[in-house]
Ligand binder design. Structure first.
Ligand code: FE2
Length: 420
């Protein structure tokens, strides 16, 4: 069994800044069938299906599944009636990311500050409470269908306790560990579905994929709107610009995009914002928008690992589909990457070069070090959300040296879909 280093320690020191982000509390997906999606992410990506809030726990409008791995928490949500907002959004956009939620010291104060800074409210502060503690949440809208919730927690619902297996929120129930939830009297026999969850959770514990936390997430917005959303993150969430790339950096013969990377003050999270740029053929960002009701949304989540080769080997063995680059990529890559590292006084890429090639992993270097990365194909039938699996060895960049080869590979996929 591989040992992975713990997720970054949360910054628990109290801050007077209401927009001090303590952690990525969770990422919520709206999906067509949360029960089935939970098994997809568990089987293919090694997540634990840890807790559920559904009809059996007193929820009447929606079912929510908490999936965890390292310091990553996904909430998969499906509405139980046609009127539920998640069902309406799934009809428009397909499965995808609805909310990137941040843990803060005081959700109401964070929300008030963001609204005073110019944010549009998604929902007003609300507190879920029981005898064990409270979870207060309030949300603001960001690009397109996406929102940011602020979450503050007390008592047994503190995030440090949740990370150790504590209940996520009132009305959530753990799906593993036996005890009352699995006693035959409450219907948790082999037919209930609980035992299959226990089996996959146990299998994933024995065969981890090594994913630790959300490194960055990328928003796709309409042409001409990138700077609007850059100002939003600067003004509303008090982020700053980390890097920017124009269409000269990110273009092929046929298609292009522009990107600016926004970063929270404490570097907890980076959010690159992409917009399409004019090219001979359709930008990948425009393809996303075309299949997302011309509405901005999250294009990819980058999940961080400490061991790219182990993670990619594990994910490939589970059947995850990754973008394939032509063999010619590897004719150039070692000269390029190791040359850059040498010129900045860094040691060469330490991972086995042959295995990197065999696993189809991409490598890039800059003045600070190198990174290993690989991108999945879309996670649903629409060419919208995908994941990146990333390992950083000093580099804090995004793989600029891979952009051209990558976008040519993406164009092949676009062409296969009839979308170029
Ligand atoms: Fe990325």
């Amino acid at each position: 069994m591989t040992t992975i280093s713990p997720a970054p320690a949360p910054k628990t020191q109290h801050s007077n800044d209401p927009l001090h982000l303590i952690d990525v509390d969770h990422v919520q997906f709206y999906v067509g069938n949360a029960k089935q999606a939970a098994f997809f992410y568990a089987h293919c990506f090694g997540f634990q299906i840890e807790q559920v809030a559904d009809l059996t726990t007193g929820m009447r409008d929606a079912a929510h599944y908490l999936l965890t791995q390292g310091n990553i928490r996904f909430i998969l949500t499906s509405g139980l009636s046609p009127e539920h907002p998640s069902n309406m959004e799934v009809a428009m956009f397909g499965d995808g990311v609805k909310d990137i939620a941040f843990t803060v010291f005081d959700a109401e104060k964070a929300w008030e500050r963001a609204v005073r800074n110019g944010a549009q409210s998604a929902y007003e502060p609300r507190t879920y409470r029981d005898q064990h503690g409270t979870v207060t949440m309030a949300g603001i809208r960001t690009f397109g269908r996406v929102c940011h919730s602020f979450v503050s927690r007390t008592g047994a619902y503190e995030l440090t306790t949740v990370k150790q297996g504590g209940t996520f929120k009132p009305k959530f129930r753990k799906l593993e560990g036996g005890g009352a939830a699995c006693a035959p009297a409450v219907g948790c026999g082999p037919q209930s579905g609980i035992s299959s969850v226990l089996a996959i959770n146990e299998q994933n514990r024995r065969n981890p994929c090594g994913l630790r936390y959300v490194d960055h997430l990328v928003g796709n917005v309409e042409m001409g709107k990138m700077n609007h959303w850059v100002r939003f993150y600067e003004n509303v969430l008090e982020f700053s610009m980390f890097k920017h790339f124009d269409d000269k950096d990110i273009s092929t013969e046929y298609s292009a995009l522009m990107s600016k990377v926004m970063s929270s003050g404490n570097n907890l999270i980076k959010i690159p914002i992409n917009e399409p740029a004019e090219g001979k053929k359709k930008s990948q960002v425009q393809e996303y928008l075309d299949w997302h009701c011309n509405t901005p949304g999250v294009q990819h989540l980058a999940l961080r690992t400490d061991d790219e080769l182990q993670s990619i080997a594990a994910l490939r063995a589970r059947g995850v589909d990754f973008l394939t680059l032509p063999d010619a990529y590897y004719d150039q890559v070692w000269n390029r990457v190791n040359g850059t590292l040498k010129s900045h006084g860094h040691p060469e890429v330490k991972e086995d070069h042959r295995r990197i090639h065999d696993l189809g992993i991409l490598v890039d270097a800059d003045d600070e070090g190198y990174l290993l990365q690989l991108f999945t194909k879309p996670l649903q039938d629409r060419p919208t959300l995908f994941f990146e699996i990333i390992c950083r060895r000093g580099s804090q960049s995004f793989g600029k040296g891979n952009f051209k080869a990558l976008f040519e590979a993406l164009e092949l996929e676009q062409e296969r879909r009839g979308n170029l």
